[in-house]
Design a protein around this ligand. Structure first.
Ligand SMILES: [Cu+2]
Length: 151
């Protein structure tokens, strides 16, 4: 009987471990001037799964909150729209890049300079959480990095 229980438990645990179907590439945060109240965060968010995933929240220590934004241009004026959640289609990707989708890291408790890292947790509607480390870069550094990744 005891043996049977152990076996059942191990089966339960192994089914609880699932490979993440969410992949994040090229995660970076733009270095901002000393008194900046918000920093922009960028990445490529891929969904390798067979079902849609919805990004519902992002958190980072050292920041009051992290919002999901999209820059839209209306009548020649760029403004940022706050999204409550963002759907990543099955097999699809969302590019967080300057002037498009971005993470808005609000009210840092200190300055972050190029070369540092900022850890964030992405939370999805299905309960999955993904920890991602974002490199702080000057936007010029990123311009160079982009060329290398571009194939
Ligand atoms: Cu924004």
């Amino acid at each position: 009987m005891f043996r049977f229980l152990l076996l059942t438990l191990s089966v339960l645990f192994s089914t609880a471990l699932f490979a993440s179907e969410i992949v994040v590439k090229g995660a970076w945060v733009r270095e901002a001037p000393p008194m900046a109240k918000a920093l922009g965060g960028y990445m490529i968010l891929k969904n390798l799964g067979k079902g849609e995933r919805r990004l519902v929240a992002v958190s980072a220590s050292h920041f009051d909150e992290v919002m999901i934004h999209r820059t839209v241009i209306k009548g020649g004026v760029a403004r940022m729209v706050h999204l409550e959640e963002l759907a990543v289609p099955a097999g699809g990707r969302i590019e967080f890049i300057p002037g498009e989708y971005h993470l808005m890291l609000m009210r840092p408790d200190r300055r972050f300079i190029a070369g540092e890292k900022i850890d964030m947790t992405l939370k999805f509607k299905n309960g999955e959480e993904k920890n991602v480390s974002y490199k702080v870069l000057k936007s010029m550094d990123m311009g160079n990095g982009m060329n290398h990744n571009h194939h």
